[in-house]
Design a binder for this molecule. Structure first.
Ligand SMILES: [Zn+2]
Length: 666
């Protein structure tokens, strides 16, 4: 299970890359930019080169005034057309365009949450930090083209700043800090960060023999964390170079942001100060963001044909760290994924090939979870050696190029010698997943040992699966994979001793719709429900108001007309909830929640008709209101206890694998 904050960290650098523009050489910027955070003034100059010369459209934010534009040295009066918050400037075919612009940046809003920051495309500045996102039009973006650049940054001496790429030189003189950067590969836009940073630096020679400059750009209040972060960065660099191939940049920087955000960009990651303070970030999100230098910022996803990089990064970072920890931790993560998937209404499910970016909860489950499971099943199918070889070949062949799912498939086919078209097609192009069950099983003594026949069903349309069965025999446990390619099929298994019991995919290695007992309810079942219901089990006005606010933040769709069997949210004070449960003839408050009471308790249960009920029980209206902000972060939990807004206990109800008990023939 991912922590709520780790989940917020996502790659968003690659917004809107037009794959059509990849044929030509990238437009080359030569930018000089001066920023005064105190007055929020920005002054910029750019000398843009096109090789070969061609016509282009430039986009720049309408908050800037264009002071001059010259085409191949000839000054022109450009006609800018207003397009939303951008000025759109169509230019004639040219080898070189020179522009000068200036304007006032938006004030930096510290209060923005992550979702706000993601949607906040304005370039913003203040003494605590400057963030000019790549898509914000702070410089003249060449529409629908990749761009390379050289950039000179000019800041007051108490500020430091950077853009992705190689730091060529930097200096502090006459009250100014200046730094020059180069990014010679085709990039998807330029993001600029600055702030009152303290820089810590370490140079390392990597396993592949390159010299890499590692840096932290941290605010003073977290400066003490710098060396720990540099240790972790060096560790990840080594890990991924050995597994994939040479790190593609000459630097990697961890940069703190005054807003609670998380961005991955080529050669750096930009994370909120409060995020960087969390002890688990170094062990999880940091590695995920570094790995994006290979997948996403090293090889680009073909966004029109599906984003493979998020799932592969999830698999090789977040999931790999769990595997390294223990088999149990890895299994717990797979259970979390499949439980999330089970909580997703089937109407929200989409083929993985259609996942292009991150929009809401359901698409995240498709893009991260389904996709990570695909890589797990692929590695199980081709073996670890071929899987790793495929990844290394893919990296070698597609570095700084756009690659699709098909390109990935071909790399794994070459490495494994196996045909994988059917495998990729069924997991990428179909909506949904198989719902597996054991329909029957019988065992008989055979000439030597026992013969077990197992009938499996999977619903329609059928997937081609190698279903793991763990068979408990008198001589111990044996795991076998049986092929299932039809909706219903019977497999014969020879065993050395008498089988007693069969468990279906108990290690959860297949992407499938879990049965109810395999997927005990979690909060997300209600959060994602298409037609959730809300009952406030109290007449008190303050409790009513707090419950409605809680529901508005927790549920993706407003609770209106609850449909039969849809999840239900029931909120109230402790006595109201106990009375409601008794009236509905549901199980009383679980034992796990009677020892640690806190000021509020939340748990999931099943009603008589098997529909999911989320109970929210508080000691008073204020305690109920305190849950509104933290609770949406705990979708993967079955129960929680809060003291005010602080979570003090949580957990998931145990999952029961599907088991078939054989009748004894002895
Ligand atoms: Zn990511």
């Amino acid at each position: 299970m991912k922590s709520p904050v780790a989940r917020l960290i996502a790659l968003v650098g690659a917004l809107g890359l037009a794959s059509a523009a990849l044929a030509a050489a990238p437009a080359a910027h030569q930018i000089q930019v001066r920023i005064e955070p105190e007055t929020r003034l920005l002054e910029g100059r750019d000398s843009l080169r096109f090789d070969p010369p061609h016509a282009a459209t430039l986009l720049i934010s309408s908050r800037f005034s264009l002071d001059s534009v010259a085409v191949d040295g000839q000054r022109i009066e450009p006609k800018a057309r207003l397009d939303g918050s951008f000025q759109r400037i169509a230019l004639p075919a040219a080898r070189r365009i020179d522009l000068v612009w200036h304007g006032t940046l938006a004030p930096l809003e510290r209060s923005l949450d992550h979702r706000g920051t993601l949607g906040y495309a304005e370039p913003a500045s203040g003494m605590e930090g400057t963030f000019l996102p790549s898509g914000s039009g702070w410089y003249p973006i060449v529409d629908a083209e990749l761009e390379s650049y050289s950039l000179e940054l000019d800041l007051p001496a108490d500020q430091r700043g950077l853009v992705p790429g190689r730091l060529v030189e930097e200096s502090e003189a006459q009250g100014r800090y200046r730094a020059r950067f180069e990014f010679s590969q085709p990039a998807e836009g330029i993001s600029l960060m600055a702030g009152p940073y303290r820089i810590e630096e370490r140079r390392v020679r990597t396993a592949a023999g390159s010299d890499v400059r590692l840096r932290t750009y941290f605010h003073a209040e977290i400066a003490a964390l710098a060396s720990g972060y540099l240790d972790s960065v060096a560790g990840y660099l080594d890990l991924y170079e050995r597994r994939i191939g040479r790190y593609p940049f000459s630097e990697f920087s961890v940069v703190s942001s005054p807003t609670p955000t998380g961005f991955g960009m080529p050669s750096l990651t930009y994370l909120g100060i409060d995020v960087l303070r969390l002890p688990f970030i170094r062990a999880t999100s940091l590695g995920h963001e570094m790995l994006h230098n290979w997948w996403g910022n090293g090889v680009y996803s073909d966004f029109a044909r599906g984003n493979w990089s998020e799932g592969l990064t999830n698999f090789m970072a977040d999931y790999a760290y769990r595997e390294r920890e223990s088999p149990e931790a890895a299994r717990a993560m797979r259970l979390g994924w499949l439980r999330d998937y089970a909580a997703m209404p089937s109407a929200d499910d989409t083929p993985l090939a259609r996942f292009t970016s991150r929009t809401h909860g359901a698409s995240q489950i498709v893009g991260y979870t389904k996709s990570a499971m695909l890589f797990l099943m692929l590695r199980d199918a081709v073996g670890e050696a071929a899987f790793d070889a495929g990844l290394r070949d893919f990296w070698r062949d597609y570095r700084f190029r756009v690659a699709s799912w098909d390109d990935l498939r071909r790399a794994f086919e070459r490495a494994s010698g196996k045909k994988l078209a059917a495998f990729f097609a069924q997991w990428l192009e179909r909506t949904g997943a198989p719902a597996l069950r054991i329909a029957g099983a019988e065992a008989r003594p055979a000439a030597s040992g026992w013969r077990l026949s197992v009938t499996l069903e999977q619903g329609a349309p059928a997937y081609a699966l190698a279903v793991p069965l763990r068979i408990r025999t008198r001589g111990g446990d044996i795991t076998r994979r049986v092929d299932l390619a039809r909706e219903r099929d019977t497999a014969l298994i020879e065993l050395p001793s008498e089988p007693l019991e069969i468990a279906l995919d108990p290690e959860l290695r297949l992407l499938r719709r879990l049965a109810a007992a395999e997927a005990p309810p979690i909060l997300r079942d209600a959060m994602l429900a298409p037609h959730p219901g809300l009952i406030v089990a109290s007449a008190d006005a303050a409790v009513q108001a707090a419950a409605r606010e809680l529901a508005a933040g927790l549920l993706e769709r407003a609770p209106a007309e609850r449909q039969p069997a849809s999840p239900l949210l029931v909120a109230g004070l402790h006595a109201d909830i106990d009375a409601w449960l008794a009236r509905e003839k549901m199980a009383p408050r679980p034992a796990a929640l009677t020892t640690t009471r806190g000021s509020a308790q939340v748990w999931t249960a099943r009603a008589g008709d098997a529909s999911i009920v989320v109970l929210v029980s508080a000691q008073d209206a204020a305690s109920l209101a305190a849950l509104a902000r933290p609770l949406p972060h705990y979708g993967q939990q079955s129960y929680l206890v809060f003291e005010g807004a602080r979570m003090i206990a949580r957990g998931t109800w145990p999952a029961q694998p599907q088991v078939w008990k054989l009748k004894s023939k002895m």
